[in-house]
Design a protein around this ligand. Structure first.
Ligand code: GTP
Ligand code: MG
Length: 373
């Protein structure tokens, strides 16, 4: 079986479990996850290496493959520049892909169930209704908006029904009927990203749809996202988890200092080396700044210490983490600010600065050599 390779973009409405799925498949946290919608703001690539599985009597086998999984922000109607940027990330991910996974949260209630006519439908509707008050009513408009994005594509789109651990299996059938009446999907796969159920089948079906080809990334590369940007995301995750109302949505994190230790070896006194990180948290209003800092700095301390613990285990070093809160009024409406948040752009800018510094050092050395001569 020839080697397969390709890009699979994971799209769907906010909170469907896209980032959870990416992390589950990669076996590592590359994308932050929270219960709040619109957690992910940029697309993140995770590189999955699949070994060959030989054909047997009971197994159809699977070729070896490299799959580049692309997690994207949840599809929503844009209101601010930040929203527009997030949707641009979705569009970019849909441009270069071989297969798309359209992720749907099965705990959203079906509109049809609420319009039950027969007694069986009514019983089913009641069962679904009583299953959880926490379930959000599926908003048809938002679903249509998300679906219309994948309808335009010329590649196979797999309908992935996520969170099946939260519902009895019987409730899946009407959902499948509903979605397949709206679009001709290449396949329908129910999964639980959280419990890692159905993932092998999803990979088998998807690998079969990928073209034969060589790797896009070196075998041992896990992601294109450098660690310093994952660090910024981990800080933002704690803000999302620890604060409420508008604050999580009005917060952006930019790493201002990132000093890695010269060596990863333990110091003479047996301690791990230290990474020094300083990050600015931007919010839009002074009131939000006050909430983020908290009484006598208690909230910022809590955000810092929970983030630091996770960053330490990610980096395998001790971490000195400094957090500053800054106000940038209405930054979500500012195109320039939103673009500067993009880590791909920040990387380009860092490379430019490095290039300029190298040039400067080169010309200084040259002048010094000429002076000597
Ligand atoms: N019960 C259950 N919960 C899940 C599952 N997958 C994800 N979740 C939960 O759903 C919530 C949203 O998960 P995310 O992975 O952040 O969802 P997302 O689609 O990336 O969300 P955005 O980045 O906002 O678009 C989190 O609370 C997850 O723990 C699942 O299979 N079962
Ligand atoms: Mg996400």
């Amino acid at each position: 079986m020839a080697f397969r390779s390709g890009f699979i973009s994971i799209v769907g409405r906010p909170n469907a479990g896209k980032s959870t799925l990416l992390n589950a498949l990669l076996g590592q946290k590359l994308a932050i996850v929270t219960h709040k919608p619109q957690t992910t703001r940029t697309r993140i690539q995770g590189v999955l290496e699949l070994p060959v599985r030989k054909k047997t009597k009971t197994d159809t086998g699977r070729p070896a493959a490299q799959i580049v999984l692309v997690d994207t922000p949840g599809v929503h109607k844009p209101e601010t520049q930040l929203d527009r940027r997030m949707m641009q990330e979705v569009h970019d991910a849909l441009e270069s892909r071989d297969v798309v996974w359209f992720l749907v949260d099965v705990t959203h209630r079906l509109p049809e169930v609420r319009k039950a006519q027969t007694s069986e439908e009514f019983a089913e509707a009641r069962k679904v209704r009583t299953l959880g008050q926490h379930r959000k009513i599926l908003s048809k408009q938002e679903d249509d908006f998300a679906l219309q994005l994948v309808k335009k594509l010329d590649c196979p789109v797999i309908l992935v029904l996520n969170k099946i651990d939260a519902l009895p299996k019987s409730t899946l059938l009407p959902l499948i009927a509903h979605w397949t009446s709206l679009h001709e999907f290449a396949d329908v796969i129910p999964i639980s990203a959280k419990k890692r159920e159905g993932l092998e089948l999803l990979l088998d079906k998807s690998t079969a749809l990928l073209p034969e080809g060589q790797r896009f990334f070196p075998k041992d590369q896990l992601t294109d996202q450098p660690e310093r940007f994952l660090v910024a995301e981990l800080i933002r995750e704690k803000i999302l988890l620890l604060t409420g109302e508008e604050v999580p949505y009005a917060a952006a994190v930019i790493i201002e200092k990132y000093e890695e230790p010269a060596s990863l070896k333990k110091t003479k006194d047996g301690k791990l080396p230290v990474t020094k990180i300083a990050a600015a948290i931007y919010v839009e209003r002074t009131g939000q700044k006050a909430i983020l800092i908290g009484k006598q700095g208690s909230m910022l301390k809590q955000i810092g210490s929970t983030a630091r613990k996770e960053i330490e285990s990610l980096l395998g070093t001790r971490v000195f983490l400094e957090l500053f809160v800054k106000v940038q009024e209405e930054w979500r409406a500012s195109r320039g600010f939103v673009e500067d948040l993009d880590w791909r752009r920040q990387l380009e800018q860092m490379a430019e600065i490095q290039h300029r510094n190298n040039k400067l050092a080169e010309s200084r050395n040259k002048t010094a050599a000429e002076d000597k001569g």
